[in-house]
Design a binder for this molecule. Structure first.
Ligand code: FAD
Ligand code: MLT
Ligand code: ZN
Length: 487
């Protein structure tokens, strides 16, 4: 899954010995889990896409911050490299070892600590599964401020560490706003307590922001405080088809105008995405009789008054129709229709993996030019086995460009037709080569397409300060030339 091949092992790192394993076993005590058998390790070594595979010989699953601290301070002392891992749903190869790094998994740290129904503030450990948190909050009239297709397996610590976006960012903003406090274990084992539950706190630099989106390179997030909104009681989902990408954008504009205060998601997918989802995901139905239009949209509102919200959506749809923008449209009549609409959109990711090899790109671009990238890519990659698909969070200016190859394995000629073209194209428009998935291993050497030299240099300095030996998630996020020696 890498254009330049896997980076060589940095031999400053020690190799795991039997004594190390024995130490981890004692540090975990009775509660934690240690995995050392080949079969059990497979799940920790291989990423969700099947693009990256490491060769760790040990996965450590602590239950408490103190255990994480013990394990890290030991690894730092021994100069053992460590990969933090949550639900392992990351899409850029950040969550799996590159070589023989120790995996530190948060999967056994899944306690909900407290929830305040007045303030909406949730405190929990980082291994809580996103969907489990949302179910817990639903019972208390609240909702998680983020939602994504991987909700059934991704963990909140992984979400924070990737600054995951997802389908409700349009409504609730990014985790940089929703996270009120964090507890982080630094590389040397020190516990950095930034675990506050305050809406407002302007006492100096806001250090917790550094760890949001750091992809495990600066510390291990162990606990957090999150601001959770009240759960909307009326959710309306509509699915539309239209003739062109400019029409998608026009519909987005009308959605903001007519649904502004209740709008909660504006997603799009092209016909190739829809077809892929319908072909490979049994049980998903096309919400519309129309399967031949080039573009589809999912527009969701979340409010507190069903009649009011339904009226508004109907007015919006009438407006879209009278503007001549709509080929076809459906408003979900019940939760099963609504969830089918969501499954079409969110099912594209898994459908692509089922179809064969996926080359996955996640870019932020100016809206007006966004879809031209998909069209140009199609011209560069003709052939029966290849399908170029575009979908994503159009309301946030985020395109997911995916090249699917039914032949199944990585091919150099395909990769070379995509890279560096896609990165150069994005840079020319001052876009971002990673809107929400992060850089991980896949794009560590590509950071300069989206960041100036001074920013990369400062990032290297921050890394050196917080992780002087460079043991945390090596080979990821930062390019090789700014990573200090260490050990
Ligand atoms: P992992 O994959 O385990 O780890 C991700 C990164 O964070 C790694 O670099 C890892 O080292 C680091 N990390 C994990 N836990 C910690 C911790 N406690 N402390 C420090 N570092 C840590 N992403 C989006 O942004 N938006 C989407 O809409 C979206 N949809 C997805 C849909 C599907 C079907 C899939 C498979 C993935 C999707 N993703 C999406 C990508 C992925 O789910 C997110 O990045 C998610 O936030 C990762 O969480 P995780 O627990 O699986 O983390
Ligand atoms: C999505 O929006 O579906 C996710 O980011 C996953 C993907 O890019 O496929
Ligand atoms: Zn996405």
């Amino acid at each position: 899954g890498l254009s330049g091949g896997r980076p060589p092992r940095d031999d400053k790192f020690a190799r795991v010995t039997q004594e190390d394993v024995q130490y981890f076993r004692e540090a975990l005590g009775a509660g934690g889990r240690l995995v050392t058998d080949r079969e059990g390790l497979q799940a920790f070594n291989r990423d969700w896409l099947g693009n990256f595979e490491g060769a760790t010989s040990v996965a450590v699953c602590p239950t408490s911050t103190q255990q994480v601290s013990k394990v890290l301070s030991y690894c730092n002392e021994r100069c053992l490299a460590v990969v933090p891992q949550g639900g392992n749903t990351g899409l850029v190869g950040g969550s799996v070892p590159v070589h023989d790094e120790v995996v530190l998994s948060t999967s056994a740290m899944d306690n909900i600590i407290s929830f305040d129904e007045v303030s909406g503030i949730l405190n929990c450990q980082s291994g809580c599964i996103l969907q489990a948190l949302d179910t817990y909050l639903a019972e208390r009239g609240h909702t998680m401020p983020l939602d994504l297709g991987a909700k059934g397996s991704c963990q909140i610590g992984g979400n924070v560490s990737t600054n995951a976006g997802g389908v409700r960012l349009l409504r609730y903003g990014s985790l940089h706003g929703s996270v009120l406090g964090l507890e982080v274990v630094l590389a040397n084992g020190e516990v950095l307590d930034l675990w506050q539950s305050l809406r407002k706190d302007n006492t100096g630099y806001d250090l917790k922001q550094l760890f949001i989106g750091a992809e495990g390179t600066l510390g291990i997030v162990t606990g957090m405080s999150l601001l959770c909104p009240a759960r909307p009681t009326s959710v309306q989902v509509s699915f539309l088809s239209c003739k062109s990408f400019p029409d998608v954008l026009h519909i987005f504009r009308l959605a903001k105008q007519h649904l502004g205060e209740v709008l909660s998601a504006v997603e799009f997918l092209d016909r190739e995405s829809l077809v892929t989802a319908l072909e490979h995901m049994p049980g998903i139905r096309n919400p519309l009789p129309d399967g031949t239009s080039p573009f589809y949209m999912l527009v969701e509102t979340s409010g507190s008054s069903e009649t009011h919200d339904k009226n508004k959506v109907e007015e919006f749809l009438a407006e879209v129709m009278s503007a001549g923008l709509l080929v076809d449209g459906a408003l979900a009549q019940d939760t099963s229709q609504a969830s089918n609409m969501w499954r079409v959109r969110e099912g594209v990711t898994e459908a692509l993996v089922r179809r064969g090899k996926v080359y996955k790109y996640d870019v932020s671009l100016p809206l007006a030019e966004m879809y031209a990238l998909v069209e140009e890519m199609r011209e560069r990659l003709p052939g029966d086995s290849i399908r170029v698909v575009g979908y994503g969070h159009v309301g946030d200016g985020n395109l997911h460009l995916n090249i699917s190859d039914a032949r199944g394995k990585e091919r150099q000629e395909v990769r070379e037709a995509i890279e560096p073209f896609v990165y150069e194209w994005t840079r020319e428009r001052r876009g971002s080569i990673s809107a929400e998935h992060g850089l991980g291993l896949m794009k560590a050497e590509c950071i300069r397409y989206s960041k100036p030299e001074a920013a990369v240099r400062i990032m290297g300095a921050v890394k050196k300060m917080l992780d002087p030996k460079g043991i945390l998630n090596p080979y990821k996020v930062l390019p090789r030339d700014v990573v200090h020696e260490g050990c």
